[in-house]
Design a protein around this ligand. Structure first.
Ligand code: CU
Length: 146
């Protein structure tokens, strides 16, 4: 929620700047409406996780870490499936990818870096993973047997 508020405030500030520039450099053209896609330049940073990903039959997969969530944060696989999982930290903060149940996985990702770990889906149900720094902010996910 807080991220969204910051984003909206940033977009508002940007559109004010854009309007100011337009009126300063052009007296005839009307200022573009504030809703004209500010995301057209550069790829927009998502504000929530992508939908669950089906990784059945795959040997490797990549998820992204943002501030502060994994995307996607639910991986659907098959029982006992092994997966070479790359975590790509696209956020500005340091994150971890951590599994404390069963196999121990714990890697720390500096901003702009990625790491690959081997994970194994459980026999049934799901295995939780999380970021140790932001678990309380909901930066969690699961390997889910479908
Ligand atoms: Cu984190």
């Amino acid at each position: 929620m807080r991220n969204r508020t910051v984003l909206v405030a940033t977009l508002l500030a940007l559109s004010v700047l854009a309007t100011a520039c337009t009126s300063a450099t052009s007296s005839s053209a009307a200022a573009p409406p504030a809703s004209s896609s500010p995301s057209a330049t550069g790829s927009p940073v998502p504000t929530s996780p992508a939908p669950a990903a089906d990784v059945s039959g795959k040997a490797s997969f990549t998820i992204d870490a943002y501030d502060d969530f994994f995307s996607p944060n639910v991986l659907m696989g098959s029982a006992n499936q092994k997966l070479s999982l790359t975590i790509d930290n696209k956020g500005a903060a340091v994150h971890t990818f951590t599994i404390t149940s069963g196999e121990n996985v714990d890697v720390t990702l500096m901003p702009g870096t990625s790491q690959t770990v081997d994970v194994t889906f459980p026999k049934s149900g799901s295995t939780q993973f999380m970021c140790r720094f932001h678990e309380s902010m909901g930066m969690v996910g699961q390997l889910q047997v479908q």
